[in-house]
Design a protein around this ligand. Structure first.
Ligand code: ATP
Length: 372
């Protein structure tokens, strides 16, 4: 296995800068997800690592070796694509063994190797069948087996689970997790599914419009999103974001707007700096940090009208419409007994809110907590 290093990598298609300038250091044995919305440049970045796309600028190293201009076959990587790309006329055994065949491994040895990996992936009873004769999940594992049959320095995955149904997807996700962690494979994985990225990654690179906006372990991204974009992309439902105005009084800073009110709290250096430029602040609060307020009085409240109350089993998702078309959701345990379109309020603790400046960048530190 090997580390992967992207230095100032950029890619333009004609006049369009699809990837601006990316630096990304992936450690040996890491599982890094490239996460972002459609069209942000995830696949292009992966294809440049694979050698299927030539970068316009910058350099790529795998295991310390500069491979920027190397052919895909000379990079020693395994790839798994979204559509599996199995050869329909070949048996599962021949599909798995194909990378060994092109490397000149003799038939007996390659079938032995294919059998071994098929056993690990629980598809050894399907070796004589054709791809059309096995299920989607089994095809996906065949595609994985084909990538893994040849020892590679790193494995690249492009949305490999997206063709599976929801249940099989969760099963395959845990399987991939186990496989990668137990083998210590270096893996780069493209997805627009934040749950998949949270579950699998040692670190997530969140991409937006050809840039990496945050690169950190999953829980760091969840707890301290760098920008409102990251906050709104990670989490299901994502972090609630409410634009407010900050005002100073003798009691401290107060935040108010769109039905949100935060009791006065002491400012800190980073917040002071942000407020020098603008008193427009965005307050972020995760759904699990909201609860249904008993009674209407008090601050640290979000007030609005009940839009939806969805019972999910152990918990409910309760959504309020605030002023100005802002919608916020709470994850509450048990049932919420509020009328549709009736007045309702959520309560929260000040130390659970995240503040973002007028540009949407997180203000480090927090109300009632020490700056970090
Ligand atoms: P998705 O999740 O939809 O696959 P993505 O984040 O992987 O999206 P890319 O496939 O990397 O995004 O594409 C990024 C941008 O580059 C898109 O706007 C796409 O249209 C453009 N693009 C990709 N390949 C080419 C190409 N060969 N020629 C021109 N534009 C391209």
């Amino acid at each position: 296995m090997a580390s992967i290093q992207l230095d100032k990598i950029g890619k333009s298609f004609g006049a369009v800068d699809t990837i601006r300038e990316i630096d990304l250091a992936i450690g040996d044995g890491e599982f890094v997800c490239l996460l972002g919305p459609s069209g942000c440049g995830k696949t292009t970045t992966l294809r440049m690592i694979a050698g299927l796309e030539q970068p316009t600028r910058g350099s790529i190293r795998i295991g310390g070796r500069d491979v920027t201009c190397a052919q895909p076959k000379d990079r020693n990587i395994g790839m798994v694509f979204q559509d599996y790309a199995l050869y329909p006329h070949m048996t599962i055994a021949d599909n798995i063994a194909y990378p060994l065949k092109v490397r000149g491994v003799v038939e007996a040895a390659r079938h032995e190797k294919a059998g071994e990996i098929a056993q690990v992936l629980h598809i050894d009873h399907l070796l004589d069948r054709l791809p059309a004769q096995i299920s989607g999940g089994q095809q996906q594992r065949t595609s994985l087996a084909r990538a893994l049959v040849h020892p590679a320095d790193a494995f690249l995955f492009d949305e490999p689970l997206s063709n599976l149904d929801a249940r099989m997807r969760v099963e395959a996700r845990a399987f991939l997790y186990h496989l990668q962690r137990s083998r210590g494979m270096t893996a780069v994985y493209v997805t627009h599914d934040q749950a998949e990225a949270m579950a699998l990654s040692t670190r997530i690179a969140v991409m937006c419009a050809g840039d990496i906006v945050q690169y950190a372990p999953p829980l760091e991204i969840y707890r301290r999103p760098a920008t409102t974009f990251v906050a709104g992309f990670v989490g299901d439902p994502p972090m609630n974001l409410v634009a407010v105005e900050a005002a100073r009084s003798e009691h401290g800073i107060t935040l108010r707007g769109a039905g949100l009110e935060v009791s006065p709290f002491a400012s800190w250096l980073a917040l002071d700096r942000a407020l020098e430029h603008s008193d427009r602040i965005t307050v972020g609060v995760r759904p699990e940090h909201l609860r249904i307020a008993k009674g209407d009085a008090g601050t640290n409240r979000l007030r609005g009208k009940l839009f939806a109350n969805e019972a999910m089993g152990p918990e409910s998702l309760v959504t309020l419409d605030l002023d100005g078309g802002v919608r916020v959701t709470a994850r509450v345990f048990g049932d919420a007994t509020v009328r549709i379109d009736g007045d309702a309020a959520f309560a929260f603790d000040t130390d659970r809110i995240t503040l973002f400046d007028a540009q949407g960048v997180r203000i480090p530190g927090g109300a009632e907590s020490s700056p970090n």
